[in-house]
Design a protein around this ligand. Sequence first.
Ligand code: ZN
Length: 242
Amino acid sequence: MRVAIVSDIHSNIEALDAALAHAEASGALDAVWCTGDIVGYGADPIPVIARLRALGAVCVAGNHDLAAIAMIGVRDFNPVAAEAALWTATALDAASRAYLRELPLIASVGDFTLVHGTLRRPEWEYLLDGLQAEAHFALQTTPYSIVGHTHVAMHCAEAPVATLVDAADGETLALGETRLILNPGSVGQPRDGDPRAGYMLYDDAAGTVTWHRVEYDIAAAQRKIIAAGLPEMLATRLAHGI
Ligand code: ZN
């Protein structure tokens, strides 16, 4: 089984399609898993949701998905994120709202648990250090878990001491006895200075995950953000990966 693992797509259909095409070009895809923030920031929430639905993707909700359907407030969002969340709320159609409403906060699939932030605070906590990783591991009941939210590709082994390690483009990690937390990076709004779409490919026959970065039509995504009347900095940052 080969699985494309995506996160933090943020309504960027150009980036999602580029990542999925890259995954399919390297061999048949059997599944898509998504660790949340499907919408928010970008201009194409409906096409992104439609793509994930059509693929039967296993998805969990991120804070931006919940804000777009008013299941959480935007008080803790920065002003630009709040404006984008309110825009997304008005842009969604009924079917897309229903899809987001049904998303769980945590999903288990095989040896993996999917959650947007951490198992301690699924929709909010940024997993940024070893102590947070230990608290997350204490709640993890599967060998491996996949998180998003930070928009930075990362792996963290439980032993000997939980330590976060950035994952590079093309890096492959063999899955073994050690329990792991994995972050595929962000498809639609990377924040590590590399503007290319990030995703991770899981190959269960090989027992590996591999991180990838993929070029996509950033200018097209930017034009749509401007045309939609969303804050201009949401378009600008796509070119810089910040
Ligand atoms: Zn996000």
